[in-house]
Every structure is written in structure tokens, then in C-alpha cells.
Design a protein around this ligand. Sequence first.
Ligand code: PMV
Length: 340
Amino acid sequence: MNPQHHFKVEVASNIALLKYWGKRDPSKQWPANDSLSMTLKNAQTFTSARVIGETSDVVIWGGRQLPSDDPAAVRVRNHLSRLRAILCLDSKLEIVTENTFPAACGIASSASGFAALTTAALAAWTGGRSLEDLDQVGFSRSQLALLARLGSGSACRSLWGGFVRWHAGDTPDSQAVEQLCDESHWPLADVIVLVSDKEKKISSRVGHESAFSSPFMEPRLAGLPERMSKMIAAIESRHLEGLGLLMEAEALEMHSVMMSSNPAANYLLPETTALLSWIRKRRHFGDFPAYFTIDAGPNVHLICEPGDVAKVCAALNDDWPELRLFRDECGSGPVLRALS
Ligand code: PMV
């Protein structure tokens, strides 16, 4: 980190177990449905920010200053401009950020990225040096979450650890984010299978916009409240098979909406679908107690008990030696650390 930066925000990504897909009102970032996720621990974004006397924001990503027309720099600047407009602020920021995992390939880098950016920006503007400081000057986690979701909806769930629900609410302004339980309740593991680290061709923003054109979207929305209740019950009782089967149906349903939308989006690669068949076959015939979910990308998240991670990784290494594995687990949420 740049030594002139006085704090660093560390935010982990989250994996949606019940997905946010489609928006009722894109201008207000109002999701079509409630979603539920598990916050991760190792797939992290580190971001720091400081006020600068320049006329525009400066973005340094992975040690390199991004050109002003770089799409990532544009997204960061647009979010900062949005925050400044809401908060009636003017000062520009230098943002220094890096990820511990590849961006934009379905490991939800935008979730940790926008949660970290929002928290870092507020810390720089208010002089806050901890989350408690920010709370005292009017920026509680809930407020940070509602601001972060304006950059990327899923970012609002990364403001808490454990299992987190984002309520769509009855109006765009009645959205709320709630921690259902912290990571100590059920410290599940997530073995992320990196099928490809190439950037996805269709952004989630474009995908969300076409969701309602799918003939499966309305039937999906009608069934989600029941799926949500069953998922919460499975989490409360720590029932992995119950949660796992609901989670797999949910991921496949979201991808069927994506593939049947106009324009259609197929995020899955041939290796992804081959891997899904292999997972189900292994589970049926062998000792493979893990269940998959997939976000808007080709990579597969395998959720399992921590004690089964070695077994799951060994089976994958034997049959899929070319695929990289990234071991993660349920994490405790963001940290804002003072550097000096
Ligand atoms: O937050 P966005 O706009 O990148 O959309 C996230 C969409 C999914 O990752 C596919 C699902 C989710 O709930 O995280």
C-alpha cells in the first residue's frame, strides 16, 4: 500500500446460495428478489483511499495506475461520483486496490470490490479509522451496505460475515441487509474450482437487464420465497444435504434464466457442465460430500464441511489435474485497519 495512505479496508467476497438475478428498477438498483449468501474469508479485496487535490480520482489497481478510460477505472470513478452526489461532497480520491483472486470471472470480485471501495472512500472523507468510527459519524454497516449496493448489488452482502440476506423490500427504498448468523454457527468451506480466469464476455449488469425477457423468470420468482425459507431452515439446522440440493437447483435455475433471456447469456463452459455431471456422479457413487453453486461465470464453488476439504480437493486433483483450486471458507466480514 502507498505509505501516505493511513488505513486499509479488507473485504472478502461472498458466494450467493440464493441468487440475486434481475432488477425491478435498475435506476434504483432494486433487485427482483431477496438473496442469501455466505461471506468468504480468503477471496479478498484490499483497498485504501486518500483525499487528493486533483480534478479527478486516481485508481491504482494491482500496483498500476489505470488509464482514465480503463473500464475498471470508469466504474470506480462513477461510483465515487455517485457517492459524492449523495453525500454532497467534492474532494477527489486516490484509490489503491488489489484482489487476492482473479477479477470479473465469477468469483464476485465486484462484491468485495465495491464494498471495500465504499468503506475506504467514507473513511477517507470522514477521517474514520475503524468501522466503529464510521458508525459514530453516521455510517453504520447498514448505511455502507446500502451505498455499496449502488455500485454492485451483491456488494451489500459483503459488509457482514457469516450468512447474510438482502431483502428486496416492497419498495426500492425499503431494502435492507441482515446477518442471519455469523461464521461460528456453521463454518462451511468453499472449494473454488477455477475453470477459467478469463474475464466474462457479458457483464452482470447487462445480464440483469435481460432477466425479465426469459419465460422462466416469473415462475422462478414465484418459487423463491419457499426456497428461501427452506434454505434458512437448512442453515439453522446445519443440514448440508438439504442446503446443497436447494443450492444446486437454484444455481441451475438462474443459469436457465440467463440462457433463455434475450439477449441470452451462457456463462458456462463445456468444462463447467462436464464438471457438474462429474460432481453428481461422484456424490452418487463415491465419498464426495460437496454441493455446487455457480455465479455469473464458468467457475464452480463446491460447498462442503471443513473436515471434507482435503478429500474433495484430492478427488478433483486426481480427475481434473489441470484445474486450479482456491480454498476458501466462511469468513467474519470486513476490517478497517489503521496503518499509522
Ligand atoms: O452484484 P452484481 O451486479 O455483480 O450481480 C451478482 C449476480 C450473481 O453473482 C450472479 C448473484 C449474486 O447474488 O451474487
